[in-house]
Design a protein around this ligand. Sequence first.
Ligand code: MN3
Length: 241
Amino acid sequence: MNELPSLSRRAFGVTGALALGATLLPKTSAQAAAVLPPLPYGFDALVPHIDAKTMEIHHGKHHAGYVSKLNTALEADATLAGLPLGELQSAIGAISDTALQTAVRNNGGGHWNHSFFWESLAPASDTGAMSADLAAAITAAFGDADKFKEAFGAAAAGRFGSGWAWLVAQDGKLIITSTPNQDNPLMNGIVPITELGTPLLGLDVWEHAYYLEYQNRRPDYVAAWWNIVNWNKVSERFAAI
Ligand code: MN3
C-alpha cells in the first residue's frame, strides 16, 4: 500500500501534492469527460467527394477512439482533464511525464483535429464562398486563390505518412504548414514556433480519411476535397481572429 502514492507520482508526472489531491477529488468536481461531437451532416452528405462508409468509420471508429483514449489518459491528471479542449492543445508541450504527454498529444490532438475537420466541411451545395476579407488575405499571402490551393495541396501531398495540412493565421499573416500524426498548430512546445498559430482550415491526410475511395491517390482526394470545404466556416474563423 505504501507504494501507491509514489507509483502514482511517477506514472502521472505531476507533483506529489497534485497527484494525491487529484486521486482524492470526487468525480463530480472534474470537468465532463471528452465527448464525441455529432457530425454536422449525414454520413453521405459529402458524396461523391468523400464516401459514406469512410465518414462512418472515420467519425464513429477513428474519432471515437481518440475521445475514448483521451479520457483514459486524462484520468491520470485532473488539472489537464479540467482544461477546455483548445487549451489542452497548448498545454501538451509542458506535460513532464512522457507517456502521458504522448497519450494526450496523440488522442487530445486527434480529438481536437477531427472536431475541427468535420466543421471545416459541408455538402458541396452548402459551402458558401470565401469572405472578401479572407480572399484578400489569401491573395496577399499566396498570390491568388489558385496559388493558395496549389501550395496547400503540395503541403498535403508532401506530408510523408500520416498527418495534416493547415492554413494558419500567425501574427497578422497567413501561412501553410503541415504536421505529422495528430499534431496541430496550437501545440506550443511540440510544433516548431514558426508553425504555431490559429488554424483556419485543416486537411486530414491519414489514409483512413480517403483509402476506401482513393486508395493511394492522395492528390485525387485533395483535389476532390476542395469541393466540400466550408468557406462560410473558414471565413468565420478568420473574422474571429
Ligand atoms: Mn482522421
